[in-house]
Write a protein that binds this ligand. Structure first.
Ligand SMILES: NC(=O)C1=CN([C@@H]2O[C@H](COP(=O)(O)OP(=O)(O)OC[C@H]3O[C@@H](n4cnc5c(N)ncnc54)[C@H](OP(=O)(O)O)[C@@H]3O)[C@@H](O)[C@H]2O)C=CC1
Ligand SMILES: O=C(O)CCCC(=O)O
Length: 485
């Protein structure tokens, strides 16, 4: 059995080689549970990124020419290697990110699932033949890899967000330069270790840690990069979109959310509570699909709150490495301060704390899972992503009102609602302006379904048969001169 430390690399992975930053500068990586130093990774910049892009462009020449079967085999081997090392990769993830080990294991399994899925999809990149309007010509449409992909990923899912990008990139025949979040670089560098283990050719996968603006600037400006794929905040996504415009790159953006969770009066309240706990408190509330606003219909409002608060009190806060912990620390001190601001703003405007409401007795970055009632639309979490274990409960009267409240945001990633009325299930899901809708389910992410947002939550979809589209160019080929002589 491998150990987590066997996957820890303190170098960037460029062209199949582990190297330092040109000026040897480093970024210190700490464990958010106790602030202890895990290690130091290179603080690379534009020059190292350029080398990685050039290596990826060179590798693309041969990698894009190998058979789909061979690429599928490499991806299958990678999925197997991930699962063989699940415990070690999960521990590495928990140490740098903080989530409970059980969730980290789940994330690593999800990474393997994405890679396995795209191994299968690699063999199904079909083209078209189109009936020709000319008797002497034939029309063929091929799908070809876009080329070098630049990927930028966040700290909340440091392994699986890369899996969603590496999987389709390699399945399509693209090569990739990835820049992970500086707070969680090790789970990304571990992809370099996996690439070596399974014999992915040098230059196909490159991982560059370092200065976000410098690395991101080079990835978006360099004409050799033909696609940018990003998961993270909407603000940074908009910056990258602007930067990528100068060289007209393809873009995929998985950005912020503001997920409503609606409980109608005909819902199974026990199931709704269970779903709300999962949708709200997973990863200590730090996922882009986490519930941000819970709307409960008036007639069941008090009953729901009582059950939801009781379930929230059962959550166990602590280090993700400790047995039985369900809620780890927040990623950094800023996240704790921001959560406190949301809470103070709401309480000042009339919200009531039902449970939690302060930093946890453990200190550091731990926060008590918190339930607030009497939430109103003028409170800042009505518009902004909370990204923490704070559950505000709003009250509503009618179905129309719930839909209006739910859609009153510039975001459109995930939405959830609970009902036993089939007609309502269809009506409401069709009116919600969201890319993902969970009906009577609080966790719906899977590699087989398209993940992505509407409005300012993003562009494109990851996972599913659609997840390959953005990594492929359509090429129309017209073959002429075929008339009988
Ligand atoms: N949709 C989602 O899944 C996520 C949403 N968020 C939201 O964003 C908020 C802030 O989180 P944060 O970590 O700051 O998210 P960011 O969007 O700032 O970071 C995500 C990634 O983008 C990189 N990055 C930051 N600035 C630039 C830039 N100018 N050019 C290129 N890359 C850049 C980061 O690098 P580095 O780490 O080196 O700064 C990281 O790799 C959260 O509280 C949450 O609301 C955050 C993470 C994921
Ligand atoms: O927060 C994200 O960006 C991705 C969420 C993935 C998941 O739902 O497992």
């Amino acid at each position: 059995m491998s150990l987590w430390s066997e996957f820890r690399r303190d170098r960037i992975y460029v062209n199949g080689t582990w190297t330092e930053a040109a000026d040897s500068s480093t970024i210190t990586v700490t464990n958010p549970a106790d602030g202890s130093v895990i290690g130091m990774v290179p603080n690379a910049g534009a020059a190292e990124t350029r080398l990685a892009i050039e290596a990826a462009a060179c590798a693309f020449e041969s990698f894009s020419q190998i058979s789909a079967n061979d690429r599928a085999r490499m991806l299958r081997d990678m999925a197997t290697a991930i699962l063989d090392n699940q415990a070690a990769l999960a521990e590495l993830l928990t140490r740098e990110q903080g989530k409970p080990l059980a969730e980290a294991r789940g994330e690593i399994a999800m990474s393997a699932a994405y890679i396995q899925w795209f191994a299968e999809e690699a063999r199904r990149v079909y083209g078209d033949t189109i009936p020709s309007p000319w008797v002497d010509r034939r029309i063929i449409v091929n799908r070809q890899p876009v080329g070098v992909v630049g990927a930028i990923t966040p700290w909340n899912f440091p392994s699986s967000m890369l899996a969603r990008k590496i999987g389709p990139a390699l399945a399509a025949g693209c090569t990739i330069v990835a820049k992970p979040a500086s707070q969680t670089p090790y789970s990304a560098l571990a992809w370099g270790v996996l690439a070596e283990q399974v014999g992915i050719p040098a230059g196909v996968i490159n991982i560059v840690t370092g200065d976000a603006r410098a690395v991101g600037g080079e990835l978006t400006a360099n004409p050799l990069v033909r696609k940018i794929t990003f998961t993270g905040s909407t603000a940074v996504g908009k910056t990258l979109l602007r930067q990528a415009a100068d060289t007209v790159k393809k873009v995929s953006m998985e950005l912020g959310g503001n997920a409503p969770f609606i409980v109608f009066d005909d819902a199974d309240i026990g199931k709704a509570v269970e779903g709300a706990i999962a949708a709200k408190f997973r990863n200590a509330g730090q996922t882009c699909v986490c519930t941000n606003r819970i709307y409960v219909q008036s007639s069941i409002h008090d009953e729901f709150i009582e059950a939801f608060a009781a379930a929230t009190q059962k959550l166990t806060v602590g280090s993700g490495l400790d047995h039985g912990v369900t809620t780890g620390p927040l990623i950094d001190d800023n996240a704790v301060a921001k959560l406190q601001e949301f809470l103070d703003d709401a309480v000042t405007k009339g919200a009531r704390v039902v449970t939690g409401g302060k930093r946890h007795a453990l200190g550091g970055r731990f926060f008590e899972p918190t339930v607030l009632t009497e939430a109103t639309e003028d409170m800042s979490f009505a518009r902004e992503e909370i990204f923490g274990p704070l559950a505000p409960i709003f009250r509503f009267e009618t179905e129309e009102e719930a839909i209006r409240f739910a859609n009153e945001t510039e975001f459109g990633l995930a939405a959830y609602f609970y009902t036993r009325d089939l007609g309502r299930a269809f009506r409401v899901s069709e009116k919600l302006q969201y890319g993902l809708v969970g009906i009577n389910e609080g966790i719906i992410t899977t590699e087989v379904a398209p993940f992505g947002g509407m409005k300012e939550s993003g562009i494109g979809r990851e996972g599913s048969k659609h997840g390959l589209d953005d990594y492929l160019e359509l090429k129309y080929v017209c073959i002429g001169g075929l008339a009988n002589r």
